[in-house]
Write a protein that binds this ligand. Structure first.
Ligand SMILES: O=C(O)COP(=O)(O)O
Ligand SMILES: [Mg+2]
Length: 225
């Protein structure tokens, strides 16, 4: 007999999946610094924080290609820019980033409820793991998956489906906590309820234009029942 996922109640959740950039950690400073180093080395003008805020969230390849296009760089520079970006990112990962207010308290609340947690980001997984470690958040997550962990990344539902499998929890009972329409699209495709934070990077759109189960200003404001 198969289980009909639609019949499973969303409340309370059995497991949680958290996005990283813009949800757990404010990483715009790292992106601005790394892109600045790369562009300067290539003799191109640098980009600012508002540009990165609009562009981030769809993986490094998208960010690097969009940045080159924005500053009038030759698209043929991409492989060189990518290699420089990787080296600089690895060197300064976390230096210009901060855990958002309410995140530690929110993760503690979820841990106290016994909810298993995964982190699913479009950041390369090695950078994601280093960053979580460096900021003292690694211990909350049973699994960390990045933009290079599976064949496709968010907004494709695949990373969330794989995470639900790893967490041993049905998608309908696994909440995706994110900051963008990219997270919501992935969650909708996977059948996961969505919780959205108001303080992240939603490609320049107000977060309440994206349908969600809850909107919160801090992770410790999530209601689980
Ligand atoms: O695009 C990225 O590198 C990361 O974005 P995410 O953590 O919000 O998925
Ligand atoms: Mg995000």
């Amino acid at each position: 007999m198969t289980t009909d996922p639609i019949s499973l109640p969303a409340f309370p959740p059995r497991a949680l999946i958290f996005d990283l950039d813009g949800t757990l950690i404010d990483t715009l400073g790292d992106f601005v610094a790394v892109l600045g180093q790369v562009l300067t080395e290539l003799g191109l003008p640098v980009v600012d924080r508002p540009f990165v805020e609009l562009t981030v969230g769809q993986g490094s390849e998208h960010l690097i290609r969009s940045t080159l296009a924005a500053v009038g760089g030759d698209p043929a520079l991409y492989p060189d820019a990518w290699a420089r970006y990787q080296a600089h990112y690895q060197a300064l990962n976390g230096e210009y980033s901060d855990v958002f207010p309410g995140v530690v308290e929110g993760l503690e609340n979820a841990r106290a409820l016994g909810l298993p947690m995964a982190c699913v980001t479009n950041k390369p997984v090695a950078f994601a793991k280093d960053l979580l470690q460096r900021k003292g958040l690694a211990g909350y997550f049973e699994h960390v998956f990045g933009g290079d962990s599976f064949e496709r990344r968010k907004p494709d539902p695949l990373p969330l489906l794989k995470s639900c499998e790893a967490l041993g929890s049905a998608p309908a009972q696994t909440w995706m906590v994110g900051d963008s329409s990219n997270d919501a699209r992935a969650a909708n495709g996977a059948g996961c309820p969505v919780v959205l934070v108001s303080y992240g990077y939603n490609h320049g759109e107000p977060i309440r234009t994206v349908p969600a189960l809850q909107y919160v200003d801090r992770l410790d404001q999530i209601h689980y029942s």
